[in-house]
Design a protein around this ligand. Structure first.
Ligand SMILES: [Zn+2]
Length: 298
């Protein structure tokens, strides 16, 4: 009985990540080509991914102690809705309106700087590559510059990792990220189809990156910023946390010397030095403006 359970866990740990990512992208492609609207063709694979990941977190948790309480999920859900769904839409509408007005007035043609004639999947890959490059440096600056760290500390505050706390960012941090990983692509006029493919990969990969499933990515740990690498990024120990900045890919960390995956030990504590740092949505709107609140409290 135990052997059969451990065999299943072993198969799940090695196969779930590539299977769900490939299935999600294939379903998105199928729905787009069947005439479904862009948003529906993106959200259906993402919702299915969420259902599978939630089930597996409870069936094969990496740490049972990381399973969230209802109060954790309530606060994470508030971040997911306000910061990850509503805020990007407001920014996109506002920015798209302002930029298109400015571009028109100046007679500029930024669209010529993007290979719109490439296959959508190739364009989406290029988008991941460039967006991750910009995000790598912004993320690294957010750890190395204290004024940015105060905002980013919100994301590092939980003492556990599970899929839904991937959305926990302060709205100002999210707005700055938008300038790096979305605005350049709005300016060059990347098509809705390409954005949908990017969004499906970005969302499902992000959920896996934070998930509490005992996943093994093998050689993909040299390409993808997955859960085995990202757990170290949330370490309580600062030297371990200032590593693995990749948002989707880990190749920029490999190139710039911040790739980190110890094989001789498991991650210990997660979170900030101040173990009493507030974890609820309302208080986390103001914690970046309270000096040294992330530090040891005496
Ligand atoms: Zn970080």
């Amino acid at each position: 009985m135990n052997t059969s359970k451990s065999n299943t866990a072993h198969v799940v740990s090695w196969t779930v990540y590539p299977t769900v990512i490939i299935f999600g992208l294939a379903l998105n492609f199928f729905l787009l080509n069947s005439g479904f609207p862009l948003q529906i063709s993106a959200y259906i694979p993402i919702i299915l991914g969420v259902v599978i990941i939630t089930f597996l977190e409870h069936k094969f948790p990496y740490r049972k102690s990381w399973l969230p309480k209802t109060s954790d999920v309530r606060n994470d859900a508030a971040f997911m809705v306000v910061v990850q769904v509503i805020l990007p839409r407001i920014l996109s509408l506002f920015v798209a309106f302002t930029i298109s007005k400015y571009i028109k007035s100046k007679g500029l043609t930024p669209a010529e700087y993007w290979p719109h004639h490439f296959l959508p999947i190739v364009q989406a890959f290029l988008m991941v590559l460039f967006a991750d490059f910009f995000r790598y440096w912004f993320h690294r600056a957010s750890h190395e510059w204290y004024s940015l760290w105060r905002l980013h500390a919100v994301h590092h505050s939980p003492h556990k990792l599970y899929w839904i706390n991937v959305g926990r960012f302060h709205p100002i941090d999210k707005t700055l990220q938008f300038l790096f990983d979305s605005l350049p692509f709005i300016i060059v006029g990347v098509s809705g189809e390409v954005l949908a493919i990017y969004f499906v990969f970005y969302a499902i990969n992000g959920f896996f990156q934070h998930c509490n499933i005992d996943l093994k990515l093998g050689f993909l740990n040299y390409i993808i910023s997955g859960p085995e690498l990202h757990r170290w990024h949330h370490s309580f120990i600062i030297e371990e946390a200032n590593k693995n900045y990749g948002n989707n890919l880990i190749i920029w960390d490999l190139l710039f010397g911040t790739w980190f995956l110890p094989t001789d030990r498991a991650i210990k504590e997660l979170g900030l030095k101040n173990r009493q740092y507030p974890l609820d949505f309302a208080n986390q709107m103001r914690t970046p403006f309270i000096k040294d609140i992330d530090q040891d409290q005496v």
